[in-house]
Design a protein around this ligand. Structure first.
Ligand code: 13P
Length: 251
Protein backbone atom coordinates (compact mmCIF):
# COMPACT_ATOMS: atom_id res chain seq x y z
CA UNK A 1 0.00 0.00 0.00
CA UNK A 2 1.36 3.37 -1.03
CA UNK A 3 1.21 6.10 1.57
CA UNK A 4 -0.98 9.10 0.84
CA UNK A 5 0.91 12.35 0.37
CA UNK A 6 -0.78 15.74 0.59
CA UNK A 7 1.50 18.62 -0.28
CA UNK A 8 0.73 22.33 -0.28
CA UNK A 9 2.48 24.57 -2.77
CA UNK A 10 2.21 28.12 -1.48
CA UNK A 11 3.84 29.55 -4.62
CA UNK A 12 4.76 33.25 -4.09
CA UNK A 13 2.44 33.76 -1.14
CA UNK A 14 2.72 34.08 2.64
CA UNK A 15 5.13 36.17 4.74
CA UNK A 16 7.04 34.75 7.72
CA UNK A 17 4.47 36.03 10.26
CA UNK A 18 1.67 34.50 8.16
CA UNK A 19 3.61 31.24 8.00
CA UNK A 20 3.87 31.06 11.78
CA UNK A 21 0.17 31.82 12.20
CA UNK A 22 -0.78 29.25 9.55
CA UNK A 23 1.19 26.49 11.25
CA UNK A 24 -0.22 27.38 14.69
CA UNK A 25 -3.74 27.03 13.28
CA UNK A 26 -3.11 24.10 10.93
CA UNK A 27 -0.97 21.70 12.97
CA UNK A 28 -3.62 20.78 15.59
CA UNK A 29 -6.17 20.13 12.85
CA UNK A 30 -4.04 17.50 11.10
CA UNK A 31 -2.18 15.92 13.99
CA UNK A 32 -4.02 12.59 13.64
CA UNK A 33 -3.51 12.24 9.90
CA UNK A 34 -1.63 9.23 8.60
CA UNK A 35 -0.78 10.99 5.35
CA UNK A 36 2.60 12.56 4.68
CA UNK A 37 1.82 16.26 4.99
CA UNK A 38 4.20 18.64 3.26
CA UNK A 39 4.21 22.43 3.06
CA UNK A 40 6.30 23.82 0.21
CA UNK A 41 6.91 27.41 1.21
CA UNK A 42 8.87 30.37 -0.23
CA UNK A 43 12.57 30.42 0.63
CA UNK A 44 12.23 33.29 3.14
CA UNK A 45 9.62 31.32 5.10
CA UNK A 46 11.62 28.08 5.29
CA UNK A 47 13.37 28.85 8.56
CA UNK A 48 10.15 29.84 10.33
CA UNK A 49 8.27 26.88 8.90
CA UNK A 50 10.98 24.43 9.96
CA UNK A 51 11.16 25.86 13.47
CA UNK A 52 7.40 25.85 13.97
CA UNK A 53 6.78 22.35 12.65
CA UNK A 54 9.44 20.69 14.81
CA UNK A 55 6.98 19.01 17.18
CA UNK A 56 4.44 18.21 14.48
CA UNK A 57 3.80 15.65 11.71
CA UNK A 58 4.26 18.34 9.03
CA UNK A 59 7.24 18.21 6.66
CA UNK A 60 8.72 21.19 4.89
CA UNK A 61 9.69 21.56 1.26
CA UNK A 62 11.08 24.26 -1.03
CA UNK A 63 9.57 25.12 -4.42
CA UNK A 64 12.70 25.09 -6.54
CA UNK A 65 16.49 24.74 -6.37
CA UNK A 66 19.48 25.19 -8.64
CA UNK A 67 21.28 22.09 -9.91
CA UNK A 68 24.75 23.41 -9.12
CA UNK A 69 26.00 23.03 -5.58
CA UNK A 70 27.49 26.54 -5.32
CA UNK A 71 29.09 29.27 -7.39
CA UNK A 72 28.39 32.42 -9.36
CA UNK A 73 24.63 32.04 -9.83
CA UNK A 74 23.27 35.27 -8.39
CA UNK A 75 19.91 34.87 -6.75
CA UNK A 76 19.86 31.08 -6.83
CA UNK A 77 19.58 28.56 -3.98
CA UNK A 78 21.24 25.16 -4.13
CA UNK A 79 20.13 21.77 -2.89
CA UNK A 80 23.01 21.78 -0.46
CA UNK A 81 21.74 25.03 1.04
CA UNK A 82 18.23 23.64 1.41
CA UNK A 83 19.53 20.50 3.07
CA UNK A 84 21.71 22.50 5.45
CA UNK A 85 18.70 24.21 7.03
CA UNK A 86 16.74 20.97 7.35
CA UNK A 87 14.48 21.04 4.30
CA UNK A 88 13.28 17.56 3.32
CA UNK A 89 11.38 18.00 0.04
CA UNK A 90 11.74 20.13 -3.06
CA UNK A 91 9.34 20.74 -5.95
CA UNK A 92 11.11 20.44 -9.30
CA UNK A 93 9.88 21.48 -12.73
CA UNK A 94 6.56 23.03 -11.76
CA UNK A 95 4.73 24.14 -14.90
CA UNK A 96 5.02 27.77 -13.77
CA UNK A 97 8.81 27.39 -13.74
CA UNK A 98 8.75 25.68 -17.13
CA UNK A 99 6.45 28.38 -18.53
CA UNK A 100 7.80 31.60 -16.99
CA UNK A 101 11.43 30.73 -16.26
CA UNK A 102 12.35 28.62 -19.24
CA UNK A 103 12.94 25.33 -17.44
CA UNK A 104 13.44 22.58 -19.97
CA UNK A 105 13.19 18.82 -19.48
CA UNK A 106 16.99 18.75 -19.41
CA UNK A 107 17.17 21.29 -16.58
CA UNK A 108 14.45 19.43 -14.70
CA UNK A 109 16.47 16.23 -15.02
CA UNK A 110 19.64 17.94 -13.74
CA UNK A 111 17.77 19.37 -10.77
CA UNK A 112 16.28 15.98 -9.94
CA UNK A 113 19.73 14.40 -9.90
CA UNK A 114 21.10 17.26 -7.77
CA UNK A 115 18.23 16.86 -5.31
CA UNK A 116 19.19 13.23 -4.73
CA UNK A 117 22.88 14.12 -4.44
CA UNK A 118 21.99 16.39 -1.55
CA UNK A 119 19.57 14.02 0.15
CA UNK A 120 16.40 15.92 -0.75
CA UNK A 121 13.18 14.19 -1.80
CA UNK A 122 11.97 15.61 -5.10
CA UNK A 123 8.39 16.24 -6.15
CA UNK A 124 8.66 16.48 -9.92
CA UNK A 125 5.80 18.00 -11.90
CA UNK A 126 4.51 16.99 -15.31
CA UNK A 127 1.39 18.09 -17.17
CA UNK A 128 -0.06 18.98 -20.53
CA UNK A 129 -1.46 22.34 -21.60
CA UNK A 130 -4.92 22.89 -23.04
CA UNK A 131 -3.76 22.85 -26.65
CA UNK A 132 -1.99 19.52 -26.17
CA UNK A 133 -5.04 18.11 -24.47
CA UNK A 134 -7.34 19.24 -27.26
CA UNK A 135 -5.01 17.72 -29.84
CA UNK A 136 -5.28 14.41 -28.01
CA UNK A 137 -1.57 14.18 -27.22
CA UNK A 138 -1.78 14.70 -23.43
CA UNK A 139 -0.70 11.17 -22.60
CA UNK A 140 2.31 11.35 -24.94
CA UNK A 141 3.34 14.68 -23.43
CA UNK A 142 3.18 13.60 -19.81
CA UNK A 143 4.82 10.21 -20.31
CA UNK A 144 7.64 11.82 -22.31
CA UNK A 145 8.14 14.50 -19.62
CA UNK A 146 8.27 11.71 -17.04
CA UNK A 147 10.82 9.75 -19.04
CA UNK A 148 13.08 12.77 -19.56
CA UNK A 149 12.81 13.93 -15.95
CA UNK A 150 13.81 10.52 -14.59
CA UNK A 151 16.53 9.75 -17.13
CA UNK A 152 19.72 8.40 -15.54
CA UNK A 153 18.25 7.89 -12.06
CA UNK A 154 18.68 4.55 -10.31
CA UNK A 155 15.65 2.36 -9.60
CA UNK A 156 15.86 3.30 -5.92
CA UNK A 157 15.90 6.98 -6.77
CA UNK A 158 12.89 6.61 -9.05
CA UNK A 159 11.07 4.80 -6.23
CA UNK A 160 11.81 7.75 -3.94
CA UNK A 161 10.65 10.37 -6.44
CA UNK A 162 7.20 11.82 -6.01
CA UNK A 163 5.64 12.62 -9.36
CA UNK A 164 2.89 15.23 -9.54
CA UNK A 165 0.57 15.19 -12.52
CA UNK A 166 -0.68 18.73 -12.91
CA UNK A 167 -2.61 19.48 -16.12
CA UNK A 168 -1.79 23.14 -16.78
CA UNK A 169 -5.36 24.00 -17.79
CA UNK A 170 -6.54 22.94 -14.32
CA UNK A 171 -4.06 25.02 -12.31
CA UNK A 172 -5.63 27.98 -10.56
CA UNK A 173 -8.59 27.92 -12.93
CA UNK A 174 -11.15 26.17 -10.76
CA UNK A 175 -11.35 23.50 -13.48
CA UNK A 176 -10.44 20.11 -12.08
CA UNK A 177 -9.77 17.05 -14.18
CA UNK A 178 -12.48 14.48 -13.50
CA UNK A 179 -11.26 11.86 -11.07
CA UNK A 180 -11.49 9.32 -13.89
CA UNK A 181 -9.38 11.41 -16.30
CA UNK A 182 -6.80 12.23 -13.65
CA UNK A 183 -6.61 8.60 -12.58
CA UNK A 184 -6.16 7.45 -16.18
CA UNK A 185 -3.39 10.00 -16.78
CA UNK A 186 -1.65 8.85 -13.62
CA UNK A 187 -2.05 5.22 -14.66
CA UNK A 188 -0.33 6.10 -17.95
CA UNK A 189 2.56 7.65 -16.03
CA UNK A 190 2.79 4.58 -13.79
CA UNK A 191 2.81 2.29 -16.84
CA UNK A 192 5.65 4.31 -18.32
CA UNK A 193 7.62 3.97 -15.08
CA UNK A 194 6.92 0.22 -15.17
CA UNK A 195 8.22 -0.01 -18.73
CA UNK A 196 11.41 1.88 -17.90
CA UNK A 197 12.19 0.76 -14.34
CA UNK A 198 10.11 -2.36 -13.73
CA UNK A 199 6.76 -3.15 -12.20
CA UNK A 200 7.96 -3.21 -8.59
CA UNK A 201 9.24 0.38 -8.83
CA UNK A 202 6.05 1.53 -10.57
CA UNK A 203 3.87 -0.02 -7.87
CA UNK A 204 5.75 1.95 -5.20
CA UNK A 205 6.24 5.32 -6.83
CA UNK A 206 3.91 7.95 -5.42
CA UNK A 207 2.01 9.97 -8.02
CA UNK A 208 -0.07 12.98 -7.00
CA UNK A 209 -2.71 14.97 -8.80
CA UNK A 210 -2.62 18.78 -8.80
CA UNK A 211 -4.92 21.39 -10.30
CA UNK A 212 -7.79 23.04 -8.38
CA UNK A 213 -7.85 20.42 -5.63
CA UNK A 214 -10.19 21.55 -2.85
CA UNK A 215 -11.97 20.02 0.12
CA UNK A 216 -15.06 19.36 -2.01
CA UNK A 217 -13.24 17.19 -4.59
CA UNK A 218 -10.31 15.74 -2.60
CA UNK A 219 -12.08 12.60 -1.37
CA UNK A 220 -13.23 11.64 -4.84
CA UNK A 221 -9.82 12.22 -6.41
CA UNK A 222 -7.80 10.54 -3.66
CA UNK A 223 -10.03 7.44 -3.50
CA UNK A 224 -9.18 6.31 -7.04
CA UNK A 225 -6.85 3.40 -7.74
CA UNK A 226 -3.76 5.35 -8.75
CA UNK A 227 -3.94 8.87 -7.34
CA UNK A 228 -1.80 8.86 -4.20
CA UNK A 229 -2.70 12.32 -2.96
CA UNK A 230 -2.46 15.90 -4.11
CA UNK A 231 -0.26 18.88 -4.77
CA UNK A 232 -2.46 21.76 -3.72
CA UNK A 233 -2.00 25.42 -4.61
CA UNK A 234 -4.66 27.99 -3.70
CA UNK A 235 -6.54 25.76 -1.25
CA UNK A 236 -3.36 25.18 0.78
CA UNK A 237 -3.22 28.84 1.84
CA UNK A 238 -6.11 28.55 4.30
CA UNK A 239 -5.47 26.32 7.32
CA UNK A 240 -9.07 25.08 7.72
CA UNK A 241 -9.51 24.33 4.02
CA UNK A 242 -6.15 22.61 3.68
CA UNK A 243 -6.80 20.60 6.85
CA UNK A 244 -10.10 19.39 5.34
CA UNK A 245 -8.17 18.20 2.29
CA UNK A 246 -5.62 16.39 4.46
CA UNK A 247 -8.50 14.85 6.46
CA UNK A 248 -10.42 13.93 3.28
CA UNK A 249 -10.95 10.38 4.59
CA UNK A 250 -12.33 11.45 7.97
CA UNK A 251 -15.42 13.44 6.99
P1 13P B 1 -4.13 25.20 -7.68
O1 13P B 1 -4.46 24.18 -6.63
O2 13P B 1 -4.22 26.62 -7.17
O3 13P B 1 -4.89 24.96 -8.94
O4 13P B 1 -2.58 25.00 -8.04
C1 13P B 1 -2.11 23.74 -8.33
C2 13P B 1 -0.63 23.77 -8.36
O5 13P B 1 -0.04 24.34 -9.26
C3 13P B 1 0.09 23.13 -7.26
O6 13P B 1 1.43 23.01 -7.54
Amino acid sequence: MRKKVIAGNWKMNMLPNETIKFIDDFAPLVKDSEAEIILCVPYVDLFYALLNTQETNIKIGAQNMHYEEKGAYTGEISGRMLKSVGVEYVIIGHSERRQYFGETDEIVNKKLKAAFEHGLKPIVCVGENLEQREKGIAEDVITKQTELALEGLSKDEVKDTIIAYEPIWAIGTGKTATSEDANNAIKAIRNKVAKLYGKAVAEEVIILYGGSVKSSNAAELFSTSDIDGGLVGGASLKPEEFAKIVNYDKQ
